[in-house]
Design a protein around this ligand. Structure first.
Ligand code: AMP
Ligand code: GLY
Length: 425
């Protein structure tokens, strides 16, 4: 079959690798893709929000299945556009992708269905939000309602900071229309865990756990980023915690979406915080995580196409989802200065080593071919160097070893990805 993947980052490269392993697939396209994805898929220069061009391309090439990976097109209704054109697409429809697209919606859903999450209030009026803050306990968390490239969350330690945050989000529109509405949320403490899952509208099958490192610098300092590295599994996500989450969070979320007439078919990514009062939902995403996917999919034993089809057909209950009893670590190589100002167009060397070493992957995030056909940097996050190991410590040592194989002029990485592993025993 012919598959089209919509997206062009490290997550899409990891999805493309998994799709390439399927015995059912003989041709992969990726729109727009990148220089790494180009080794396994034919990249087509169509943007992820160009729905008409995407559906025209899928019709012309007789694509059997399209996988929409990023949040923006999902929330804007890309899957609906493919279906309206008579094409098969994997991902939630617009009315279900709202689970990620609106934090106010997701918080109200959790409240209505008793799904554990931080206490909160929604605001559409800045004055009301400012008044509420006067009597609120600090620190406090402000969240722009809509999509804001993962940046719409402010953790405020003082009343002053919080008031300033409300002004930035609601009045100065620092995150655009995403800040028309605001969620003000109780601050929680604990370890964070990401759990990704396949959902077919009724049945949910969770993948192995992972943990992301969102801050730019070592020791979780610096600005929030798209993610500087991940490891899987999380040693803190025990069988007992999983049993609790399955019954109190995962199944109730899928059932809640169904009761609301918003049947969810696709990937639900649960961002969890393991608090002293038990696991609580930090956020939902309606898609694979980036860079969680880079450590989760290489550990999966199943044919990913069978899973995508089972989600679409509503037959996920018949699938036995299996992960290897090993571990993976992904270290992101970024352009120095990310997430603020950084230079692009730097030549990358050493990539060929990954072609000959088993258990090592170099997922491309921001790369392209220059006019000489060389692979150069083309973004803040450039590569996700990923390694498998029998356990987390081996995987981490392998991943850091492999970061030395690749060079580019302004290469930057964190040196403490997976450090939490040392505290797990
Ligand atoms: P989100 O986009 O909702 O995942 O938020 C981004 C990050 O902000 C999370 O990964 C947490 O580290 C932090 N965060 C979000 N909500 C809270 C909260 N209620 N309490 C503490 N930290 C939070
Ligand atoms: N790594 C977090 C995300 O994909 O949103």
């Amino acid at each position: 079959m012919k598959v089209l993947i919509v997206g062009g980052g490290g997550r899409e490269h990891a999805i493309a690798e998994a799709v390439a392993k399927s015995s059912k697939v003989n041709k992969i396209y990726c729109a727009p893709g990148n220089a790494g994805i180009a080794a396994i898929a034919e990249c087509v220069p169509i943007g992820v929000m160009e729905f008409d061009k995407l559906t025209d391309f899928a019709k012309k090439e007789a694509i059997d299945l399209t996988i929409v990976a990023p949040d923006d097109p999902l929330v804007a209704g890309a899957v609906d556009a493919f279906e309206a054109a008579g094409l098969k697409a994997f991902g939630p429809r617009k009315n279900a992708a709202i689970l990620e697209g609106s934090k106010a919606f997701s918080k109200d859903l959790m409240k209505k269905y008793n799904i554990p999450t931080a206490a909160y209030e929604n605001f559409s009026d800045a004055d009301a939000a400012l008044k509420y803050l006067e009597t609120a306990k600090m620190p406090i968390v402000l969240k722009a309602d809509g999509l804001a490239l993962g940046k719409g969350v402010l953790i405020c330690n003082t009343l002053e900071e919080a008031k300033d945050g409300v002004k930035q989000i609601m009045l100065d529109k620092a995150f655009g229309d995403a800040g028309n509405n605001l969620v003000i949320e109780e601050f929680m403490t604990g370890r964070e865990v990401s759990v990704l899952s396949f959902v077919d509208g009724t049945t949910i099958k969770t993948m192995t756990s992972a943990q992301d490192h969102k801050r730019a610098k070592d020791n979780d300092e610096g600005l929030n980023t798209g993610g500087m590295g991940t490891f899987s599994p999380s040693p803190f996500y025990t069988k007992e915690i999983d049993a609790f989450c399955q019954e109190k969070i995962f199944k109730p979320t899928v059932a809640a979406m169904k009761s609301e007439g918003r049947e969810f078919k696709g990937i639900i990514f649960f961002g969890l915080m393991l608090t002293e009062e038990g696991p609580k939902v930090l956020e939902y995403n309606a898609r694979f995580g980036d860079p969680e996917t880079q450590v989760v999919l290489p550990r999966m034993e199943n044919d990913i196409i069978e899973l995508f089809e089972a989600c679409i057909d509503g037959t996920l209950d018949k699938v036995d989802l299996k992960f290897k009893d090993n571990a993976a670590v992904c270290v992101v190589l970024a352009s120095d200065g990310y997430p603020l100002k950084y230079e692009k167009g730097k030549k990358i060397t050493g990539l060929e080593k990954f072609d000959t070493e088993d258990g090592y992957f170099c997922f491309h995030a921001g790369t392209k071919f220059d006019e000489n056909g060389d692979i150069v940097t083309n973004g803040g996050r450039v590569l996700g160097v990923t390694a498998i190991g029998d356990d987390l410590k081996t995987a981490r040592a392998n991943a850091y070893k492999a970061t030395e194989w690749v060079e580019f002029e302004n290469k930057y990485m964190r040196h403490d990805i997976g450090k939490a592993i040392d505290f797990a025993e």
